[in-house]
Design a protein around this ligand. Structure first.
Ligand code: KMH
Ligand code: ZN
Length: 274
């Protein structure tokens, strides 16, 4: 069976620090989280950062400092979010690549996002994609809906393969407005993937976390876990640290006879060099 890539998404842009003090929002908290999640088996980190008031920010200086600090303290693949928060303008989201990440998220279409809209118009997608190719940044294609799978096929057909030659996607499931976090939806979405896709992972938001995790493991997919996507371990049991979610994913993987990947295997999976 395929080895397992665990990506940790520790912070996100939606949860307020005051509602969840254990959310890593400062650089020190983020780096400490990254170190312990790597020890627990994570090999990639999907990063959103916050400002001094713990509000989401795409400040380029802070992003660059964050990438450098994570590279200094860990061997994790550093993936910056280009999704940011639903309030971030498209031009600022394109600038994220200037911070020098190994990887970046690239969402393949506009999605209703709870009461908001997560905007990803086609011209933005193509500009961001071409920028990743120029800069040698490996995109992780975020697919919130079945239509995003078709959009990925269109993108690859028109602009060719990403930097590094691998095509890695992540299904983000259970967002109100996107595809549901069910086994049936994951099976349908995987069946629709373009032939160029070399690896896929999945994450289920909130209560869909466990069904999506177990289905992905059974299907040979990889996992994204973290407090960006879920804040409870079970009903009424809050997550105290991202490490707990990584540990749970690794425990489930071991039961499924999916050994967590080594650092070198993870970087190679994405067409990157450590
Ligand atoms: N915060 C969401 C609006 C990404 O990181 O690329 C977008 C998001 C996806 O989290
Ligand atoms: Zn994100």
């Amino acid at each position: 069976m395929t080895g397992l890539l665990v990506t940790v998404a520790p912070t996100g842009a939606e949860t307020a620090k005051e509602d969840c003090p254990q959310l890593p929002t400062t650089l020190e908290e983020l780096v400490a989280t990254a170190v312990e999640c790597e020890e627990a088996g994570a090999r990639m980190i999907h990063v959103h950062i916050r400002d001094d008031d713990h509000a989401p920010t795409l400040d380029l200086g802070r992003l660059t400092h964050t990438v450098d600090a994570l590279h200094e303290k860990t061997d994790l693949i550093v993936q910056l979010s280009t999704g940011g928060s639903v309030h971030d303008p498209l031009d600022k989201r394109l600038k994220v690549l200037d911070a020098g990440p190994d990887s970046c998220s690239l969402t393949m279409g506009t999605t209703n996002f709870g009461d908001d809209v997560f905007s990803n118009p086609w011209p933005f997608i193509t500009e961001l994609y071409q920028l990743t190719q120029e800069r040698g940044v490996v995109p992780e294609f975020e697919l919130f809906d079945l239509g995003h799978v078709a959009a990925l096929q269109r993108l690859l057909g028109k602009y060719g393969l990403p930097a590094g030659g691998k095509v890695h996607v992540d299904f983000v499931m259970g967002v109100p407005g996107g595809m549901p976090g069910t086994s049936a939806a994951l099976v349908a979405a995987v069946a629709a993937l373009p032939a160029e896709v070399t690896s896929w992972s999945a994450t289920g938001i909130g209560r869909s976390t466990l069904p999506v995790m177990l289905t992905s493991l059974a299907m040979g997919g990889h996992l994204r876990v973290g407090m960006e996507d879920v804040l409870t371990l079970a009903k009424g049991v809050p997550v105290d640290a991202n490490r707990q979610l990584v540990e749970r994913a690794v425990e489930a993987a071991v039961v499924a006879q999916r050994a967590p990947m080594s650092t070198d295997e993870a970087w190679a999976l994405l067409g990157l060099e450590p």
